[in-house]
Write a new protein. Structure first.
Length: 279
């Protein structure tokens, strides 16, 4: 049995029902949640989905005995982008319900550790809510994470752009896409639009810039006429390869394996705490 468990594929969708029944329920189940939307005139609608799935494919190759990677949800909360043809948007209430139905299903089958792996900015508060609802209802570990937040230090070590250059269809996303799928990106169409205001104390439009103290989101077309925010003209495949450092996510997921979670119904105490040391 032990050999069978360790040899199971990390792709959840490739498992049989018997393999799910017999699987190690302490594997971390990762659900990628993305979006289908504009990424400037130079990048494809699938940008968020492609970046998330390629990161997780490599992650699964590295620690195949510790994770199950779910098929991605390629749609998210992005109605403010709908001025751009091709955008598919999901209402936040629908997305929360859909994601929590998935996590409840996983909990029903015995899985105890779930990561909602976000690759689209406006999904962040929605998935945070979904994770909280999952924990309350199912008493399992459920963590939401936007992947760029795990690698902000790495981004700032490598980037060429100033603050504001890493936002949307930007140096960061374009460099990674150029490295991963160069045939489907058109940098000759790109233009830089760094909209960061250095005089602002509360609004930060850079993914790796420490985050905003306050948030305001207008129609995306009112912010950026072509859907770009940042500096994609600085994109480079070699930089994209350096950004594509899966070790960051590997450490996070391995840490998830070490989390312990006792029955929350016992009430808050040291014995029922979630140990986040090192994460």
């Amino acid at each position: 049995m032990a050999g069978r468990l360790s040899s199971m594929k990390p792709e959840y969708g490739k498992l049989t029902w018997e393999e799910v029944r017999d699987s190690d329920k302490d594997r971390v189940v990762i659900l990628p949640v993305a979006a289908t939307e504009d990424h400037g005139p130079h990048m494809a609608l699938d940008t968020d989905t492609l970046l998330a799935t390629r990161i997780l494919d490599e992650l699964a190759n590295r620690i195949s005995d510790k994770v199950f990677v779910m098929p991605p949800i390629p749609y998210g909360f992005n109605e403010h982008h709908k001025d751009f043809p091709g955008v598919i948007w999901i209402q936040p209430e629908t997305l929360v319900s859909f994601v929590t139905d998935i996590t409840e299903s996983l909990a029903h089958h015995g899985f105890r550790r779930v990561v909602l792996f976000n690759s689209h900015g406006s999904n962040h508060p929605v998935l945070d809510l979904a994770a909280r609802k999952t924990v309350i209802k199912n008493e399992i570990i459920c963590v939401s994470v936007s992947y760029w937040n795990l690698m902000s230090h790495r981004i700032n070590q490598i980037r060429k752009s100033a603050t504001g250059g890493v936002a949307h269809a930007c140096e960061f996303e374009a460099s990674m896409y150029l490295y991963l799928d160069p045939e489907n990106i058109h940098l000759e169409r790109a233009s830089s639009q760094n909209l960061h205001d250095p005089e602002s104390k509360n609004f930060n439009l850079d993914l790796a810039g420490g985050g905003s103290r306050a948030m305001h989101m207008n129609w995306w077309s009112a912010i950026s006429p072509d859907g770009t925010m940042g500096e994609p003209t600085l994109a480079d495949a070699e930089i994209g390869k350096q950004f594509f450092d899966v070790r960051i996510f590997t450490r996070f997921v391995v840490g998830m394996r070490n989390l312990f979670y006792l029955n929350l119904s016992l009430g808050a105490s040291d014995e029922t705490a979630l140990n986040l040391t090192g994460l």
